[in-house]
Design a protein around this ligand. Structure first.
Ligand code: ADP
Ligand code: MG
Length: 240
């Protein structure tokens, strides 16, 4: 469905992605692990056409999207990204944050958008907070609103960039539970995270990056049975 082929990218004179290839399969959850600075966010941002690439190609639904940056806004309806710092609109309440894109971009009526937004708020287990503004919500609640907002465009793929790393520990689980439910329901997802328990429970494939390269791209079971190279093993042992 989504295929990254031999993608390289430099910032200034430094290669941040170095010949990266990755296939995201329909209905699967792929976790991306790796040390800070290894290029994980840049890879997701390139997939979401937030950054241009310098070499290679990105294909989605049979089209080479990396060659069509002028259509990026169309692609982003189908590839929805959730960020570390939520990035909700502060002047809109939870419900309005979710309704915005369907009404503005898809031209959905407010009545229909409101109904769909309520269903999504129930799905992320936060329906009772519909009328609250972001600064009245905890971090975990804000991130669940952000997930609902991303789902509102009915994307084909969800991209998560460390969605729980800005949260207090007690809020991590409520967000991971929502993400696990999405994975179990067959949502195609790419998740950059350091949450090993989530990777074990929800992922089918695990990718390990280091210095702009994909060092491992294996089945979850192979990864967690230690069937990986030294660098990934060292990373894992430091996570414990
Ligand atoms: P990760 O998400 O794995 O921590 P990033 O993709 O954020 O890694 O960053 C990879 C490298 O690219 C880092 O060395 C970082 O400093 C650099 N980098 C990321 N974004 C930019 C940018 N906009 N301009 C210059 N360098 C950047
Ligand atoms: Mg990052």
């Amino acid at each position: 469905m989504l295929s990254v082929k031999h993608v390289s990218k430099a910032f200034d004179d430094q290669w941040v992605l170095d010949n990266v290839s990755l296939d995201v399969e329909v209905g699967k959850t792929q976790v991306i692990l790796g040390p800070s600075g290894s290029g994980k966010s840049t890879l997701l941002r390139c997939m979401n056409l937030l950054e241009p690439i310098d070499a290679g190609a990105i294909w989605f639904s049979g089209q080479e999207i990396s060659a069509q940056l002028d259509r990026a806004h169309l692609v982003r309806r189908e590839l929805s990204m959730v960020f570390q710092h939520f990035e909700l609109f502060p002047h809109l309440n939870a419900l309005e944050n979710i309704m915005l894109a369907p009404t503005r971009i898809k031209g959905m009526s407010r009545v229909e958008a409101r109904e769909k937004a309520m269903v999504l708020l129930e799905k992320v287990r936060i329906a009772d907070k519909a009328s609250l503004y972001p600064d009245q919500l905890s971090g975990g609640q804000q991130q669940r609103v952000a997930i609902a907002r991303a789902l509102a465009m009915e994307p084909k793929v969800m991209l998560f960039d460390e969605p729980t790393s800005a949260l207090d520990p007690e809020m991590v689980k409520e967000v991971l539970d929502v993400m696990t439910s999405l994975s179990e329901a067959g949502m195609t997802s790419v998740v950059v995270t350091h949450e090993m328990a989530f990777a074990r429970e929800a992922a089918q494939r695990v990718v390990f990056m280091e210095q702009g390269r994909i060092v491992e791209d294996v089945d979850k079971d192979a990864f967690f049975s230690g069937n990986v190279g030294e660098r990934a093993q060292l990373f894992m042992s430091n996570m414990l």
